[in-house]
Ligand binder design. Structure first.
Ligand SMILES: Nc1ncnc2c1ncn2[C@@H]1O[C@H](COP(=O)(O)OP(=O)(O)OP(=O)(O)O)[C@@H](O)[C@H]1O
Ligand SMILES: [Mg+2]
Length: 199
C-alpha cells in the first residue's frame, strides 16, 4: 500500500487544464476568479454551505492548482475533525463531523486505476451515501459513481513566460490567480445557483 511521494512524477503531461470542457453540451459552468490561497480556502468554506450527505465533488486541475487548499476550506465549512492535507500516502481519508453533519471523505484518486469500485474495497468506516465525497484526480474514474456531481476545474491564470509586459496580459503577479469553473451535473445541481459562490 505504501507509495512513494514521487508516484506522480512520470504522469502524462499536465495538459488537462487546457482542454475544453468534457461535456460541452451540458451546463456552461460558473467561472470564479480566485486571487490567493486564502480566498481559495474561503471558496471551499462557502461551497460547504451548499453540500449535503451523498454529494460528490470532483476537483480537477494540475499539480499544485489548489485542489487540496479548497478542500481544506470545505472541511472547515463542514466542521469536520482533522487537518485536511494531501492524501498522497492514502487513497482516501475520512474526516468525521464534529457536529451532526456529514463526514468528509477526501479521496486522491491519482493511483486508483479501477475507478470507484476500488473505493468499496478501501474499508472506509463510513457509507459514501452518508458522506460528502471530494475527489482529486477523479476524472474518468468517478463519473460512473453517480449522475449527480459537482465538478470544479481549477486553472492557473495563463502566465506565458510570466514576464510582465509581454502579450499574455499576465505578468508575474498572477502566480496566485486561479480560475475556478464549477459545473453541476444531474438533477441534484440542476437548480443550484453556483454563481452565488462568486461573492
Ligand atoms: N489562488 C490560489 N489558490 C490555491 N492555492 C494557491 C493559490 N495561489 C497559490 N497557491 C498555492 O498553490 C499550492 C496549491 O497546493 P494544493 O496542495 O492545494 O494543490 P493541489 O491541486 O491539491 O495539488 P496536487 O495535485 O499535488 O494534489 C499551495 O502551495 C498554495 O499556497
Ligand atoms: Mg492535492
Amino acid at each position: 500500500m505504501e507509495a512513494p511521494a514521487a508516484a506522480r512524477g512520470p504522469a502524462e503531461p499536465p495538459s488537462g487544464s487546457a482542454s475544453p470542457a468534457d461535456h460541452p453540451g451540458s451546463a456552461p459552468g460558473t467561472g470564479i476568479t480566485v486571487t490567493s490561497p486564502e480566498r481559495m480556502r474561503d471558496l471551499g468554506r462557502r461551497l460547504a454551505g451548499l453540500l449535503r450527505a451523498g454529494d460528490l465533488v470532483m476537483l480537477s486541475g494540475e499539480l499544485g492548482a489548489g485542489k487540496t487548499t479548497l478542500t481544506r476550506g470545505l472541511g472547515e465549512g463542514l466542521g469536520v475533525r482533522g487537518a485536511v492535507t494531501s492524501p498522497t500516502f492514502v487513497i482516501a481519508r475520512v474526516h468525521p463531523s464534529l457536529g451532526d453533519g456529514p463526514p468528509l471523505v477526501h479521496v486522491d484518486a491519482y493511483r486508483l486505476s479501477g475507478g470507484l469500485d476500488e473505493m468499496e474495497d478501501l474499508d472506509l468506516d463510513v457509507s459514501l451515501s452518508d458522506s460528502v465525497i471530494v475527489v482529486e484526480w477523479g476524472e474518468g474514474k468517478v463519473e460512473e459513481l453517480t449522475e449527480d456531481r459537482l465538478q470544479l476545474r481549477i486553472d492557473r491564470a495563463v502566465g506565458g513566460t510570466g514576464r510582465a509586459g509581454d502579450d499574455t496580459a499576465a505578468g508575474d503577479t498572477t502566480d496566485e490567480v486561479r480560475h475556478v469553473t464549477l459545473t453541476g451535473f444531474g438533477e441534484r445541481w440542476a437548480g443550484a445557483d453556483l454563481s452565488a459562490l462568486a461573492g
